[in-house]
Design a protein around this ligand. Sequence first.
Ligand code: NAD
Ligand code: MG
Length: 399
Amino acid sequence: MDKETGKRGVSILGSTGSIGRQALEVVEAHPDRLRVVALTAHSNYQLLEEQARRFRPLFVGLVDEGAAAELRRRLSGMGMAVSAGAECLLEAAVHPEAEVVLNAVVGSAGLPPTLAALGAGKRLALANKESMVAGGDLVLQALREGGEIVPVDSEHGAVFHCLRGEEMRHVESIVLTASGGPFRGRRREDLASVTVREALSHPTWSMGRKITVDSATLMNKGLEVIEAHFLFGLPYSRIKVVVHPQSVIHSLVEFVDGSFAAQLSLPDMRLPISLALSYPERWGPPFTRTVLAELEKLTFEEVDRETFACLDLAYRAGEAGGTAPAVLNAANEVAVAAFLRGRLPFLGIEEVIAATLEEHRPRPVRTLQDVQEVEEWARARAEEAVETQAGNPAEPGRS
Ligand code: NAD
Ligand code: MG
């Protein structure tokens, strides 16, 4: 908290993305409570310039060096520090004026700043689930030294808030809800020929492209199971997934007495983002008001695990532990990128991940370098698997 203004300083990593832009809407709704200290993005200098002029952070950074040079030129004379390269994420994560660091980067590029923010004792508002999946053991190690995490992922935010004031020994299980994505109810053979456009039309959430594809394969839920394991310390057998197509119940906690606690609201990511930025307070008014009598019905169904095999791949990698979740995540990043550029059929995504995991013998993770080395191996292996599939178009999505 800034002593003079009473405002909480926030660094936003990935400010040009879906979560980053919504976080700035939250800041705009609370100008007397929040101020932007740092903004970073990958390469979108036009939008970052706009955001910088509007929010006047002390620090901006772009990973792409050319884009950063352009941004520096455009912002010259404004007294803002403009940084270039992946280090800008670390600078924003440890900025002395930042009380809360929102990590809304996509992919495991978010791991170094996650560790840096915790190392600097910051409150980390974590949207970047890939950093938890790739480096969960390291994140827990960092948390033992300092810092804290408030989850932004809507499911984990819901669980986090359902657990406030509760004792973990009273918890039976965590139940993560899944919308089911655009292909809910389809059979496996229906998925062989689905297009990128179909995979990108999510029924309830509007999000970045990578997480939208992850939601269509259900790998998003798989990553979230691993994220939940590290965040809440439960074994995988006590982390469950249920399909809830309305996306109104964001997740549940089941207690040993058989009762459930849940968090409900119409789907709007600005709620979990606000909760993470306001924590331990709650701020109104709501962005979206939920009128219970207008909700027609709330339904639940089992996941079709045969059709959406990515979920079990994630459980298996999670159970194997060590470097396995990092391999799962890296192979998924490669496969999703290949699908998005039309190089891989939809069902090829799970095949590439399965083939990569198949060849991996998990080892313990002790350092960031352990993660980065295994990711490098996994990316290369997954690229080979993509090429094998791409060269075999007669059998798209064979399983
Ligand atoms: P997005 O693609 O819309 O935005 C990603 C942001 O990260 C952009 O600002 C981009 O410039 C930046 N970025 C991309 N690659 C980078 C790199 N290598 N280094 C540094 N910055 C990089 O993604 P999104 O949908 O906002 O998702 C961000 C994260 O939040 C993901 O981990 C996602 O799983 C998680 N999440 C998103 C939602 C959602 O509703 N969008 C919900 C829950 C969790
Ligand atoms: Mg989620």
